[in-house]
Write a protein that binds this ligand. Structure first.
Ligand SMILES: [Zn+2]
Length: 306
């Protein structure tokens, strides 16, 4: 194990100029051209056409008429995580545009009490219909965490539920709180339904989200960096890096399964966090020692049988 990496060192490592992934990171291809260094993901991104934000928004406004022109009970399903972005998007869809929504939540078993409280408060405040699926992913995620594997990505199986849900509730649209998208992902044709990424439609900035959340009965759960709907990332970081040690870049290279750098580099690539945030995450001790986290570790220990 080498020295702990400092922000100065990390900034000076040769890296992708867009997402900061260090050159040589396992399983990532890098291109060097005309003095530029790009990872394959960012290279692909800039090669594709940039979306025309005004065009996309106007497209959505036209679509809105046909979404609302129905006698059906719901205009759309809203995929609600309970996090900051999806909360702001949910309020906007209902309060600004008068959509009749079935609010759907996928509980991966790691929402924690604070997020569950937020979800309950929001549902009560909006007085909307709510449908929740509690999944078995908790068991898989605990196995990941025990093996020091970053579990984010496990919940992507959630996507496979939408064809069933849209059929079940007789709707053609699923609205999400996803903001970090580019190209044609503002409104996506998913075959049997359309996915509308609400913050992307309106091109909200972090400040837009912050100012909107202030007027909503929602409290920041303080679950660690940039996650306001799930305890998994902070639990995984704590497990992988311990409670007091600054992360060491060697650890990121050490295990193929660790997704910490790719996970946060992706957020930089799509503009959800800044480069400065990325360096801070990689280099500083991010452990949030709050009561929820302690309780969750105790629960996991009990589930592990010790
Ligand atoms: Zn990159």
């Amino acid at each position: 194990m080498g020295e702990c990496v400092t922000i100065d060192q990390l900034v000076n490592i040769e890296q992708c100029e867009i997402c900061c992934t260090p050159v040589g990171y396992p399983n990532v291809i890098f291109y060097r051209n005309n003095g530029r260094t790009l990872c394959a993901n960012c290279y692909k991104m800039i090669k594709e056409e940039k979306i025309d934000r005004e065009y996309e928004k106007n497209n959505f406004l036209k679509l809105l008429d046909s979404i609302k022109n129905t006698d059906k009970r719901y205009h759309a399903i809203f995929a609600y995580s309970g996090g900051k972005d999806s909360t702001v998007a949910l309020y906007s869809a209902i309060k600004d545009f008068g959509l009749k929504l079935l609010v759907f939540n996928f509980d991966n078993g790691f929402k924690g009490e604070r997020v569950i409280n937020n979800i309950n408060n929001v549902i009560r405040d909006l007085n909307v219909d709510f449908y929740q699926i509690k999944s078995q992913t908790r068991y898989t995620i605990i196995q990941d965490i025990n093996n020091s594997i970053f579990p984010c990505g496990r919940c992507s199986s959630l996507k496979t539920l939408y064809p069933m849900l849209t059929k079940m509730f007789d709707v053609k649209y699923v609205i999400t709180g996803i903001e970090c998208v580019y190209n044609n992902e503002v409104i996506r044709n998913r075959g049997t339904f359309y996915q509308i990424n609400w913050p992307a439609v309106f091109n909200w900035s972090k400040n837009d989200i912050e100012s909107r959340i202030k007027n909503i009965p929602w409290e920041d759960p303080n679950y660690g960096p940039f996650d306001s709907d799930c305890l998994c990332p902070i639990i995984a970081l704590r497990k992988i890096y311990g409670s007091s040690v600054s992360p060491n870049l060697d650890l990121y290279y050490g295990k193929k399964e660790q997704h910490v750098v790719p996970y946060y580099a992706r957020l930089v690539r799509y503009g959800a966090i800044s480069k400065a945030d990325f360096y801070k995450i990689i280099c500083t001790n991010l452990i949030v020692d709050n009561e929820c986290l302690k309780e969750e570790f105790e629960k996991i220990a009990r589930e592990n049988g010790n």
